[in-house]
Design a protein. Structure first.
Length: 181
């Protein structure tokens, strides 16, 4: 994003993106929370530790390398990207209910999303439809990945640019500040 602040520490209202994400996870039936950081996010590591959270530093060279590093350390796990500010405990619980031996990626049908979506966030499902990947996944060592289709279009808001942050701030303001958890 080119910001001085590490993305997890960006504020949306009174909370950082990390605090919003942790609150949604704590409100779900998920277990232990481990914040995966990289050498590029030392402030996030310190902030997470101050929050009383466990931190695990990945190499940070490549997303997929980090995924495999986490799999080697923890086995199958729930992955919640910190840049989806309107993540909800309900969505997390729906994913956990559908978790099985194969990986599971949450997505929204593209035609159901009225917010702007980056093309790199869109992919084809096995059914040929375009889906917006949400950044909420159950990750396993299986090479197969199923899709869990969600219906909350707020999950399509993904903060990767200053325009995305402006949209999230606008939506959060319209929702009374905090949004849904």
């Amino acid at each position: 994003m080119g910001a001085r602040t590490e993305k997890p520490l960006l504020r949306l209202g009174k909370e950082t993106l990390l605090e919003r994400t942790v609150a949604a996870i704590k409100g779900s039936r998920a277990g232990e929370i481990v914040v995966a950081t990289t050498p590029a996010t030392p402030r996030t590591s310190r902030f997470a530790i101050k929050m009383g959270l466990a931190v695990f530093e990945t190499p940070g060279k490549d997303y997929h390398e980090d995924v495999y590093c986490l799999l080697d350390k923890f086995g199958s796990y729930l992955s919640v990207n910190v840049d989806i500010p309107f993540i909800s405990s309900k969505a997390i619980d729906m994913l956990l209910s559908g978790a099985k031996k194969v990986s599971l990626a949450c997505a929204l049908p593209k035609e159901s999303v009225s917010y702007p979506v980056a093309e790199e966030s869109v992919g084809k499902g096995k059914d040929g439809r375009d889906y917006v990947w949400v950044g909420l996944n159950y990750v396993t060592k299986s090479e197969e990945t199923d899709i869990l289709v969600l219906d909350d279009e707020l999950l399509a808001i993904n903060i990767n640019t200053p325009l995305d942050l402006a949209l999230a701030l606008k939506v959060s303001s319209e929702m009374g500040g905090r949004g849904r958890l």
